[in-house]
Design a protein around this ligand. Structure first.
Ligand code: UDP
Ligand code: MG
Length: 315
């Protein structure tokens, strides 16, 4: 096997037969002008069209091209994770296959890592997508994610970003989490910067996403918040709920006993019912916390990855 390249560009591909010939032309030009050693790792995400055939053909004449294939369509994040595993460079750049991202922006992203940053996040300031169904939801999502998770990046959804391999490789990517990579990297101690990148309209093939991605992003945001804030100490998350319910239940039962002691004849069911409900909820959250602690101990992969990333990122 040849020496490891400096940069690995990872491209997830799903049903992109119209775009691929243009992608190959663009990558040929990019590789011949890029001053660093570079490999392009393409991952076919179980395409049902001729994408895999085109990739097989292309790899015959391009020594810098790596082609991998997932047997079934597992989603963009899974394809990116598979490419990440194969990537040998010390810098990993992700890019879409449809040339909405411009490979000519890669050198500027990579240069930011030379300055000491661990993640250079592409920002499609002049985004060329539909305003109502794409730009507007994404504008809201970027603000929500930034506020909720605390890592403010203008364009979470832009795939074109460059990462130090030692920071991104330990992360466990699943679901649709490629959109949250800056947040995950930041909690691993990464230094993040943003770079404005070009964006082109999709001229070949169709987008693989519709408006239903908004709901998925919201669900993933909750999970990421949990991972970022509480992955290694879930009891800190569930514990306060348990204590709050204990206090409500305790107060309700005390009040009820005081009422009895004071000799009130008309005893309402409200206070006993509230105390039972609150105490059951208290026990529920307590056990949820304990269970989560156990789960984290057993499957500490995420938490360990974050800590290890932090150690390396701050060297
Ligand atoms: N993609 C993938 N698996 C999927 C959906 C998309 O590998 O299940 C790839 C797709 O081929 C493209 C990238 O992910 O290279 C981004 O997809 P798309 O351009 O449709 O997203 P958009 O630009 O519309 O957000
Ligand atoms: Mg696209």
């Amino acid at each position: 096997m040849s020496a490891s390249p400096e940069v690995s560009v990872v491209i997830p591909i799903y049903n992109e037969e119209e775009a691929l010939p243009h992608l190959f032309t663009a990558m040929d030009a990019f590789i011949s002008s890029f001053e660093r050693s570079c490999e392009i790792v393409t991952v076919d995400d179980g395409s049902k069209d001729r994408s895999m055939d085109l990739l097989r053909q292309a790899v015959q004449t391009r020594p810098w091209l790596v082609v991998a294939r997932l047997r079934a369509n597992r989603g963009q994040t899974a394809a990116m994770a598979a490419g990440l595993e194969l990537a040998r460079g010390s810098i990993v750049v992700f890019m879409d296959a449809d040339l909405q991202n411009d490979p000519n922006d890669i050198p500027r992203l990579v240069a930011k890592l030379d300055e000491g940053y661990d993640l250079a996040s592409g920002w499609r300031r002049q985004r060329k997508d539909r305003a109502f169904t794409r730009k507007f939801p994404s504008w809201i999502a970027n603000r929500l994610i930034g506020r909720f998770i605390g890592v403010r990046v203008h364009d979470y959804g832009c795939t074109l970003k460059a990462y130090r391999a030692s920071v991104i490789k330990p992360l466990h990517l699943y679901s649709d989490m490629h959109r949250f990579l800056p947040a995950l990297c930041s909690s691993a101690g990464a230094r993040i910067t943003e770079v404005e990148v070009r964006h082109h309209p999709r001229t070949h093939g169709n987008s693989k996403y519709g408006l239903n991605r908004v709901l998925k992003v919201m669900c993933d945001m909750l999970v990421i918040k949990l991972i970022v804030a509480f992955a290694d100490r879930p009891m800190h998350y569930f514990g306060p709920f348990s204590v709050a319910f204990l206090m409500v239940g305790g107060s309700a039962i005390t009040l009820h006993l005081v009422n009895i002691a004071a000799g009130w004849r008309e005893q309402s069911i409200v206070l006993p019912a509230l105390s039972v409900l609150a105490l059951v909820s208290c026990i529920y959250f307590l056990f949820m916390g304990l269970l989560a602690e156990l789960i984290v101990r057993v499957g500490r992969r995420d938490a360990r990855a974050l800590t290890r990333g932090a150690a390396e990122a701050t060297c």
